[in-house]
Design a protein around this ligand. Structure first.
Ligand SMILES: Nc1ncnc2c1ncn2[C@@H]1O[C@H](COP(=O)(O)OP(=O)(O)OP(=O)(O)O)[C@@H](O)[C@H]1O
Ligand SMILES: [Mg+2]
Length: 449
């Protein structure tokens, strides 16, 4: 296997040489003594790892050159792991550098053991991230359209989609507003045998009752005043494909009867028409209403409900999907950062806490909108809780650097362990540490199977 590339940026010859000597076995070493050299090499060689001394010429005593270098490297390639080397007295600067996207830091004098561990861990994270990106890119086509989520709640939805997509059964999708019902409907269509046919949505709540019938069923020329031409309705347009009846709970009762007839006979008549038109389409409906209540109070026909809901899919509210908030947030940050041509590295820890404490009455739509706005508002490299306009409920005061490191360690170790089916020997070797050290770390971090 090729050695990973490590670029060492330092103006101190002796450090360059001793680092080179210590790490040449494991990495392909690239050396740079100033910002310009560093950038040239970086663009040419695309190293996975960089160690960066903040004090570079012409301002070797300050940190300005170092920060400039950091920001050019990161805007060139935000996935590179940059590790800051700082003097004992400049921890504050090192922390600031982490805030601007550096991965970690260590203090002079350089301890080879310590640096070696930090580098290995950084490289492992880099590897995992790039595997993840490749996986996402290759899976995009057969994924659930845009639907993402790793919580067991949403995975259950995926598995129902998987099971019923290829059938002709009508599906009723239930769930609060903004939970992704329309995406589920599109995913069903996209995985069905009808996917080459049209997907025709109609929002039963958004169209006035007087127009809705003609929208659904179409009309013949002269059917009523204003009907100057013949017009096909949505049901007819969906022939050969999927008809998506959104907000079905708002369908007026007069139309409920007509829709029921279509579901039973698979034919329609245009308004003012006399011939029956056979329609071959699959019907998917959705509502955020409490449909049981609507049936009880008589505003929704029970027979129609049974026809539509041969299969029912409940899309869970976002607050119940553990882990999905963070995943969706980072995905939306990436999407909108790209759209707005902003370089953003994600969200601050406080912002993530605020996100996971929020109750999300508007579900995924609310989350997406907040992130979109926050991306536009963001002033620094990470989105803050202020940008999101969310209140922060502090859990336990400020995090120390040690806590932050422990958290990264824990996440990484858990990921590697589960990848390796909790095989300690294999995981230790993947992490570049010995098995006893892994065992100690697990004990210290409270990691248990
Ligand atoms: N699992 C998901 N992954 C990614 N994006 C999602 C997911 N769920 C919802 N969204 C996004 O959230 C927004 C709302 O989704 P959608 O319109 O499907 O919700 P809905 O349940 O139909 O809402 P409403 O009841 O208000 O019509 C859309 O922009 C959609 O792309
Ligand atoms: Mg909708």
């Amino acid at each position: 296997m090729e050695k990973p590339k490590l670029l060492i940026v330092d103006d101190d010859e002796s450090i360059l040489l001793s680092m080179k000597w210590a790490f040449a076995q494991e990495y392909e070493i690239l050396l740079a003594g100033n910002r310009q050299e560093a950038l040239e090499i970086f663009k040419r060689e695309h190293p996975a790892l960089v160690t960066l001394d903040l004090g570079l010429p012409p301002d070797a005593r300050g940190v300005e050159e170092g920060f400039l270098t950091l920001s050019s490297l990161i805007s060139e390639n935000p996935y590179t792991k940059v590790i800051i080397i700082s003097g004992q007295e400049e921890k504050q600067n090192a922390l600031m550098a982490i805030g601007q996207g550096a991965y970690d830091f260590f203090c002079k004098p350089v301890q080879v053991e310590e640096v070696s561990i930090i580098l290995r861990r950084a490289f492992r994270v880099h590897q995992l991230e790039s595997e993840h990106r490749t996986l996402q890119a290759t899976r995009a086509e057969d994924s659930f359209m845009e639907l993402i989520g790793t919580s067991s709640q949403i995975q259950q939805v995926f598995s129902i989609i998987e099971k019923v997509a290829a059938t002709e059964a009508p599906v009723l999708i239930l769930g609060e507003s903004g939970t992704g019902k329309e995406l589920v409907a599109r995913a069903l269509h996209g995985r069905s045998l009808r996917k080459a046919g049209p997907f025709i949505p109609i929002n039963c709540a958004a169209i006035p009752e007087t127009l809705l019938e003609s929208e659904l069923f179409g009309h013949e020329k002269g059917a009523y005043t204003g009907a100057h031409t013949q017009r096909k309705g949505r049901i007819e347009m969906a022939d050969g494909g999927t008809l998506f009846l959104d907000e079905i709970g708002d369908l007026p009762s007069s139309l409920q009867v007509k829709l029921l007839r279509f579901l039973q006979e698979h034919t329609i008549e245009r308004i003012g028409g006399r011939k029956e038109i056979a329609i071959n389409s699959r019907v998917i409906a959705a509502t955020n209403r409490d449909i049981d209540q609507a049936i009880r109070d008589g505003s929704f026909r029970e027979d129609l409900f049974y026809r539509l809901g041969v299969v029912k899919i409940m899309v869970p509210p976002l607050r119940d999907r553990e882990g999905d908030i963070a995943l969706l947030s980072t995905t939306f940050v990436r999407k909108y950062a790209e759209e707005n041509k902003k370089k953003l590295l994600g969200l601050t820890k406080k912002a993530l806490t605020a996100l996971s404490n929020h109750k999300w009455p508007g579900n995924v739509r609310e989350l997406e909108n907040r992130i979109r706005r926050a991306v536009i508002m963001a002033q620094s490299s990470k989105i803050t809780d202020d940008d999101l306009e969310l209140d922060v409920v502090e859990e336990s005061g400020r995090t120390t650097l040690r806590e932050a490191r422990e958290r990264t360690d824990r996440e990484l170790i858990l990921r590697v362990l589960s990848e390796n089916n909790w095989n300690l020997a294999k995981s230790a070797s993947d992490l570049g540490i010995s098995r006893p050290s892994l065992y100690d770390l697990m004990e210290k971090l409270g990691i248990k199977k």
